[in-house]
Write a protein that binds this ligand. Structure first.
Ligand SMILES: [Zn+2]
Length: 129
């Protein structure tokens, strides 16, 4: 994939604060974005409807997603602090990217993006326009 992945600052902030809020449970956020010729830009997070029940990523099912949204990936937290996808995660990638945020959820250093093969992907952070 040669496109540049851009994540808006507000999305980074939401991922961090939502993970903190859910801790010690896992949090899940769906990532909404737009794809252009050069970029994939993640500009919005959506709290999945079932997240309020306090369930983690292991109970995540794409069939629960509203189909009209342009979901480019899913972010979930690792309260354990491990900034790597688990085997389970890699077998359940939805969209183009998997974003993992690891404890202590303080800065973007606690956030990593992976593709379907579990390869780490570089991204840029954009100020909101
Ligand atoms: Zn995970």
């Amino acid at each position: 994939m040669n496109k540049i992945l851009i994540i808006n600052q507000s999305v980074i902030d939401s991922i961090l604060s939502y993970a903190k809020m859910a801790y010690p449970k896992e949090s899940i956020l769906m990532l909404q974005g737009k794809t252009t010729k050069k970029n994939i830009e993640i500009n919005e997070v959506i709290i999945p409807p079932f997240a309020t029940h306090g369930q983690g990523f292991s109970s995540f099912s794409p069939f629960m997603l509203p189909i009209s949204f342009s979901i480019v990936g899913v972010a979930h937290s690792h309260p354990s602090g491990v900034l790597e996808p688990s085997t389970y995660d890699l077998n359940h990638v939805y969209g183009k990217f998997m974003v993992i945020v690891a404890y202590p959820f303080e800065t973007e250093d606690n956030i990593a993006v992976f593709n379907k093969d579990g390869k780490s992907i570089q991204y840029e952070i954009a100020e909101d326009s």
